[in-house]
Design a protein around this ligand. Structure first.
Ligand SMILES: [Zn+2]
Length: 380
């Protein structure tokens, strides 16, 4: 592997100063504020891990994680936060998402994008990124943006800290995982890649939930437990959870639209099929809340009651520009089989990834009850 500098020179990749991109600066600062103690304990080949986060002058909503000779590196693409923010404002403007947040006589002027998601990412359509008139609704959109930016950085960090990049590097020329093809770097595809994405999502969503729910944390036998307050910066627990789902959906829906324009295309891709990815995230949220706070899965599930409004909001934002198909024969069987395949691939990959793991724990092969809540049936 080259050093990052050599790689960037070969690739003709220009780096940007954070000072000129305050939205990314805030997101990166929040990541370090939350993760510095953890990163301080991470190792690479027995030495302290060095993590650099760069901003690159390439368009679109994208990011990659890589392990170079001199450092582990996350690269964030310059337009990402602007595209997320314009989309979050568009979604919130539909008025379907958490309608109780905002002025009582809130007059919603819904925004619509004039082309499909793919054209948003290639800057082919002009996006309105003006603040929403209702200050509370705009604050909601900015909160979703903040969570989505945090999700992207945590997801990339998981590709490094869970050993994915080094494992790829043990088989290929570059220890690099890019989310979407960018015209220069190619994104790998197939069942192993989908399984790595599933693992990175599961790790990242825990951290995003922590930001949204702001729990008091304590550790029992090496496992973190949460005391979740009833109120957080955006509202109650259900409001916070809905924002987490919206933040995740927004990134995942763009990735999915680039990987295949056909929703019913079931071939393995880079990321799991969007329906599977969404279902996995929902179950990861339920599991995290119930497992870490000691509630039942049913109680945790109740916080997701409003999350489904994100889908009609997305359809309304891209009104007329998304492919339509109501019924895909055998789809539920497909989902079921694919999740079983991830389990099989994970059984094979987990011991391999463990050799490259930088710190913390991987998703276990055998799940157990939380030591803080031995009477709770939930295993994680
Ligand atoms: Zn990824």
């Amino acid at each position: 592997m080259p050093t990052f500098e050599e790689f960037a020179a070969t690739e003709g990749m220009q780096l940007l100063a954070y000072d000129d991109h305050p939205d990314w600066l805030d997101a990166v600062a929040e990541f370090y504020a939350n993760m510095t103690p953890f990163i301080g304990n991470c190792l690479r080949s027995g030495e302290p891990m060095i993590l650099d986060i760069h901003l690159v002058d390439r368009p679109g909503l994208n990011a990659f994680a890589a392990s170079f000779d001199d450092a582990d590196v996350i690269c964030l693409y310059r337009d990402t936060v602007r595209l997320i923010r314009a989309t979050a404002r568009g979604l919130v403007s539909q008025g379907l998402l958490l309608p109780h947040i905002g002025a009582e006589n809130n007059i919603v002027k819904s925004r619509h994008f004039s082309g499909p998601p793919r054209q948003v990412l290639t800057n082919e359509i002009d996006l309105c990124d003006d603040p929403l008139e209702d200050i509370e609704r705009d604050r909601l959109a900015l909160h979703i943006t903040r969570l989505a930016a945090h999700f992207i950085i945590q997801h990339e960090f998981a590709h490094i800290s869970n050993g994915h990049t080094s494992w790829i590097g043990s088989q290929r020329k570059l220890a690099l995982i890019i989310e979407m093809d960018d015209g220069h770097l190619e994104s790998t595809k197939g069942m192993e890649r989908e399984t790595l994405e599933w693992d990175a999502d599961s790790t990242a969503i825990t951290h995003v939930l922590k930001i949204a729910l702001n729990p008091e944390m304590f550790t029992i036998d090496g496992r973190t437990a949460w005391k979740i307050p009833n109120r957080n910066s955006i509202g109650d627990v259900g409001d916070a959870v809905t924002c987490v789902v919206a933040a995740f959906f927004l990134c995942g829906a763009y990735f999915a639209s680039v990987e295949s324009s056909l929703w019913w295309d079931l071939e393995p891709r880079s990321h799991p099929h969007p329906a599977i990815r969404m279902a996995s995230i929902i179950s990861a949220i339920t599991l995290n809340i119930s497992f870490r706070s000691g509630t039942t899965e049913k109680e945790a599930d109740a916080h997701l009651a409003n999350a489904s409004s994100i889908i009609p909001s997305w359809l309304s934002l891209f009104r007329g520009h998304l492919p339509q198909k109501d019924h895909v024969p055998g789809f539920l069987d497909f989902c079921d089989n694919r999740l079983k395949q991830y389990d099989t691939v994970w059984q094979r990959l987990e011991p391999e990834l463990r050799k490259f793991k930088r710190g913390g724990t991987l998703a276990p092969l055998v799940r157990t009850r939380h030591p803080a809540f031995p009477n709770n049936d939930v295993i994680g």
